[in-house]
Design a protein around this ligand. Structure first.
Ligand code: PLP
Length: 365
């Protein structure tokens, strides 16, 4: 099956969509991940038949037999990206082709059928077309797109499922941070838990990785931290990433370090930040960085800024680092200039306010 294969999406409009008045009320303060559009995409796969029955239809519950494979063995993957309203009233997405490629990579790791990249990208366009009124106006809002796929065969045997259901839902979201400015967060260094071992599923965007991160997240919250930083599973020394964000370190000589790919999730924001930082004159190294070095560099003042990054929150400054050994602060604990500038550059490209010299922005409407 080639990456270029495409399908025709049948449109079945929702017979009872949310009224314009109610929609406006929902869009006024959508929060994150609680408000959903009127429609969803579904595409089915069966062994021997391939991908079929691509449709945009009314968003509705998905009936499931209790023996559906995903409920027992967790063959499930997902993606997350945003559609933005641009100044002329159109809508664009940021690097959907990169999400399509990563979705295939995740599927391969989980022994699932690989959705052709063209079908993935087309499915997003088809949903946005139908739910276009749900893309928030204004400088901060966006429509968060959540493609996902799960094992839908009804069978309790342990084997790759012979059937899959691919679904896309969409959720209008406001600014991730009130006022748009990200306040520095405090992170917890997890000693008891790791998220990904070599040979494991760390590089796949699968629900299972999130399930295993929640106990660590709860532990971090008990210690007053908003996020958890995981260390490598072998030596428990090197920084991997956060539960759902990659991490960057900025030094006093302008150089930057981010952990290398392998057990971490290859973030599209991470990739864009590396490119933009290099354009802004920073040398960026992808190399292991230990927690001991982190603490020493923070103490000496060599380390100036640390930030986490991902689609949902873009760039989030890390101000304080807490562990069972105590805590330390990065710089004076406030948001650094490099973090602010990179965030602004990226957001301006995503929203069509700055030149898209890398061909990252895909116009949908
Ligand atoms: C999705 C995700 C990220 C961020 O990836 P983006 O493509 O930048 O949104 C980072 N870490 C994990 C574990 C993730 O699941």
């Amino acid at each position: 099956m080639s990456g270029g294969e495409s399908l025709e999406f049948e449109i079945h409009p929702n017979p009872a969509p949310v009224s314009a008045v109610e929609r406006a009320a929902l869009l006024a303060n959508p929060g994150f991940g609680r408000v959903f559009t009127d429609h969803m995409v579904t595409v089915r796969y069966a062994e021997g038949k391939g991908w079929y029955d691509a449709r945009v239809e009314a968003r509705a519950p998905i009936p499931m037999d209790p023996a559906t494979a995903v409920l027992h063995y967790a063959q499930e993957i997902f993606e997350g990206l945003k559609a933005y309203r641009v100044d002329d009233g159109g809508v664009s997405m940021f690097r959907p082709d990169a999400n399509a490629r990563r979705f295939r990579d995740s599927a391969r790791r989980m022994a699932m059928a690989e959705l052709p990249e063209q079908v993935f990208v087309d499915s997003l366009g088809a949903l946005i077309q139908v739910d276009r009124e749900w893309v928030p106006d204004g400088p901060d809002g966006s429509l968060y797109l959540r493609p996902f796929m799960f094992a839908s065969e009804v069978f309790l045997g342990v084997k790759p499922s012979a059937e899959y259901l691919y679904v896309v839902i969409a959720s209008p979201v406001g600014p991730y941070f009130k006022g748009g400015a990200a306040a520095p967060v405090t992170v917890w260094i997890s000693n008891d838990y790791t998220r990904a071992a070599p040979g494991g599923t760390g590089a796949a965007k699968c629900g299972g990785n999130y399930a295993t991160s929640l106990a660590a997240q709860a532990e971090g919250m008990e210690h007053g931290c908003e996020q958890v930083v995981f260390l490598d599973a072998v030596e428990r020394r090197y920084v991997d990433e956060l539960g759902g964000m990659n991490i960057f370190f900025v030094f006093d000589d302008g150089t930057m370090v981010t952990p290398p790919l392998g057990t971490i999730l290859p973030g599209i924001t991470r990739d864009a930040v590396i490119t933009l930082a290099r354009e802004q004159g920073h040398e960026v190294r992808e190399e292991p960085y230990s927690f001991d070095q982190w603490r020493a560099d923070a103490a000496s003042g060599r380390l100036r800024e640390v930030f986490a990054c991902g689609t949902a929150a873009v760039l989030t400054p890390i101000g304080t680092v807490r562990s069972t050994d105590g805590e330390f602060v990065i710089g004076d604990g406030s948001t650094g200039d490099v973090t602010v500038r990179l965030r602004q550059t990226l957001v301006d490209i995503q929203r069509g306010r700055a030149a898209d010299t890398h061909g990252w922005v895909r116009r949908v409407l």
